[in-house]
Structures are given as C-alpha cells and as structure tokens.
Design a protein around this ligand. Sequence first.
Ligand SMILES: NC(=O)C1=CN([C@@H]2O[C@H](COP(=O)(O)OP(=O)(O)OC[C@H]3O[C@@H](n4cnc5c(N)ncnc54)[C@H](OP(=O)(O)O)[C@@H]3O)[C@@H](O)[C@H]2O)C=CC1
Ligand SMILES: CC(C)=CCC[C@@H](C)[C@H]1CC=C2C3=C(CC[C@@]21C)[C@@]1(C)CC[C@H](O)C(C)(C)[C@@H]1CC3
Length: 418
Amino acid sequence: MAPPQGSRAPLEFGGPLGAAALMLLLPVTMFHLLLVARSGPARLLGPPPYLPGLEELWSPWALLLCLTWLGLQAALYLLPARKVAEGQELKDKSRLRYPINGFQALVLTALLVGLGVSAGLPLSALPEMLLPLAFAATLTAFIFSLLLYLKALVAPASALAPGGNSGSLIYDFFLGRELNPRICSFDFKYFCELRPGLIGWVLINLALLMQEAELRGSPSLAMWLVNGFQLLYVADALWYEEAVLTTMDIIHDGFGFMLAFGDLAWVPFTYSLQAQFLLYHPQPLGWPLASFICLINAVGYYIFRGANSQKNTFRKNPSDPRVADLETISTATGRRLLVSGWWGMVRHPNYLGDLIMALAWSLPCGVFHLLPYFYFLYFTALLVHREDRDERQCLQKYGLAWHEYCRRVPYRIVPYVY
Ligand SMILES: NC(=O)C1=CN([C@@H]2O[C@H](COP(=O)(O)OP(=O)(O)OC[C@H]3O[C@@H](n4cnc5c(N)ncnc54)[C@H](OP(=O)(O)O)[C@@H]3O)[C@@H](O)[C@H]2O)C=CC1
Ligand SMILES: CC(C)=CCC[C@@H](C)[C@H]1CC=C2C3=C(CC[C@@]21C)[C@@]1(C)CC[C@H](O)C(C)(C)[C@@H]1CC3
C-alpha cells in the first residue's frame, strides 16, 4: 500500500524487520519473565523452567475476565469528569478534548475491589491465573491492533501519525497508523495509556500481596515497599493525568501493536515482576535498609515530579509565577526552551527521576538475583532509545535553537555521565 503523500518519516525500531522481531520478542520476554519469576532458581538469563502448552495458556475465563476489566475501565472513563482538557494543536489546527477522571477511576476501582473482596471475591487467586490472563491480554492487544489498522484505512490523511505510515504492513501495524483513533469522544490511545494497564498493574500487585499474607501470615516488608512505591507511581500518573497529553506517545506516535500490547499486556504483567518474584522468593529486609530504599524512591519521585510539573506548567503558561523566573532560549517556532531549573541540569531530568525510582523498586528484592532488576535494565534501554527519538524530533522542530540548548545543557540524562 502506498504511503500518503508527504508523510514519509525515517524508519525507527530497525524498520519492518526490527518491528517484526519486537512483535515476537516482547510477548516471548513477557512469558519468560512470568515463568521464571515462579521458578526456584529465578534466573533471568537461564531457560524457562518448562514450556507451557496451549491448555495452560488459553482459558476462556481469563479472556472473559480481561474483557470485563476493559469494559469496567471503559465505563469509568465515560463517567462525568471533573474537567475536560484540550490536547495539543493537530495538523488541521483543531484540538481534541479529553476527560480528566483517571484518579476517580482508580478510587472507584479500589472501592469496587474492596466491596468485592469483603463479599468473598477471591483476589488472592489471581496470581495463579497470571499466565492465561497475560495470554488473553496479548490476544486482545493483537486483535485490537488489527482493528485499529483497519480503522486507519478509512481515516482522513490529517488523522494519520507522522511515523506509522511507511507503506510496510508489518511496520505500520507495529507503530500504528492513526494518531488519535476515536469512536465519538472515546479516545482509545489515551484510555489505554493510563487506565486498564496501570490500574491492572496495582491490582495484580495487591493480589500478590494478599496471597503472600495467606501463605506466610502477613505480607513481608519488601512486598509492602514494592506495592507502596508502585501505587504511588500509578496514583501520580492518574492524578496528573493531563500531563500525559504532552508525552511523545500522545503527540507523535500512532496507536498500533507497540502501544496496545505495551499498555494492555506488558505494563501489568512485567511491571509487577518484583511483586511476583517476592511471592515465590521471600527476601529479608530490615527497617534501616527499608528506610534507605524509601529515601531513594523519594529522591527519584521528587526529581520526576518536579521536572514533569515544571515543564507542564511552563508549556501551559510561561508567565506562571512558578516558572516565570526561569531562564529560557527562544526558538523559531515561537515556543521557548527552559535552560535553567530542572531542565538546565540535564536534557531529560524526568527520565533521571524515573530511573532512580526504578532502582528503588528492585532493591527490596535483594542483590542476589538479577531477575527483579529486569525492569531497571529494560527501562534504561527504553529511556535511552526514547531520549534519542525525542532529540531527533526536537532537532527537527527547533533546529539551531536545539543545538544551542544542547551546548548549554550538554548531558542527556545523568549529569556528568551521560
Ligand atoms: N514507566 C514507563 O514505562 C515510562 C515512563 N515514561 C515517563 O513519561 C514521562 C514523559 O516522557 P516523554 O514523553 O518521553 O518525554 P518528555 O516529557 O521529556 O517530553 C519531551 C518533550 O519536552 C519538551 N522539552 C524538551 N526539553 C525542553 C525544555 N528544555 N524546555 C521545555 N520543553 C522541553 C519537548 O517538546 P515540546 O517542546 O514540543 O513541548 C520534548 O519533545 C517521563 O517522565 C518518562 O520518564 C516514559 C516512557 C515509559
Ligand atoms: C517495550 C514496549 C512494550 C514498548 C511500549 C512502551 C510502553 C510500555 C510505554 C511507552 C510510554 C509509556 C508511558 C507510561 C507507561 C508505559 C508506556 C505506555 C506512563 C503511563 C507511566 C506512568 C507515568 O507517570 C507516565 C504517565 C508519565 C507514563 C507515560 C508514558
């Protein structure tokens, strides 16, 4: 199929071959992690303990549960919102509107789950179903991406993403053709990015904590820390939901297999890896070390939130008193770039904070296994690659001004290191 005129962008992720490899590698990695986390040696780099047959992966109940979960989150998305935010300006100069009720969805889900558990809902049985649930989520993501691809065939050219329209079926299916696929006001990408996967992740963590309590009398301190840190991260994402409207995923990337699988399967089933590991491999953790790990998480969170809020405040209103005194450089587009405050320290201070938190989430699992550090390693690779993509996009947008910013702020993520 010929790409629409004027939409050729350089291929990313290694082109069609890279996209095909990632489409295979990502689900395989997810299942590997799920299997290894419950095995005795829990070796990240070793073979999985066994290869599950289709009868262990496929369960109509798991698919039903997965679809019910999506339905519940979609219903919560459609509830009246405390605010409706406008997104960035699109190619046709219009702006889309987004409901801001993600935190409300988290609280209502917590209430429903609380009611369910007190009425006898066996939440602690969930860890036993992780394999079939992950399989159902992968299947759902695959079918959903296919429907999104077909929907994009009839979308107007102005609705297409800058990247996912190369003309290669595999590549475009992976990256996503349409920028903001919607039915009426229901925005699929925005919905998936923040709701089912993120809230599903904390629910899986909670189920693992409850199962640990059943097995050992009470949850371990390490399990509490992992649950607490990750709940803070998810609650923060939903509290500051509007900020997601300025992320690369919403502004630049189409909605295809990468994000559909990432949001619906990868996030809940691999980001809960530390809690999965702790259920099967309890780790002793004393209060002094736990306090130190809490401090690391707090430092990471402080940088992450400070940097993200500073940029969002500045982008919304550069004269806001909280950012008005910061030094900036002008660009030909009329938008300015911050060169002091968090954004004068490194070019991606928010990534630095996120990485420090990622380390704090693994440390409660001890230092004798590499497996719980998978998230930290994967996340480092993801952010280094993402930073590189963002630099290229900023260079294209801001040209000489971006070179000047790089001269003034030479380090990318870690001061004096990278
Ligand atoms: N947990 C997870 O799995 C993941 C988490 N994340 C997190 O998501 C968050 C968002 O990340 P992401 O969307 O990649 O990128 P950013 O939020 O860092 O956004 C990058 C954009 O910010 C603007 N910008 C860059 N430098 C400046 C500056 N000096 N002054 C003003 N604006 C600037 C540019 O856009 P413009 O100028 O057009 O406004 C640039 O394109 C991060 O905190 C990241 O850590 C990301 C990926 C995965
Ligand atoms: C390897 C793979 C499967 C790639 C897909 C990547 C996705 C998992 C991530 C891309 C960007 C993300 C963001 C978040 C979660 C992971 C994905 C979807 C995010 C929602 C996490 C919470 C943060 O506070 C955030 C809102 C800033 C963040 C946005 C980007």
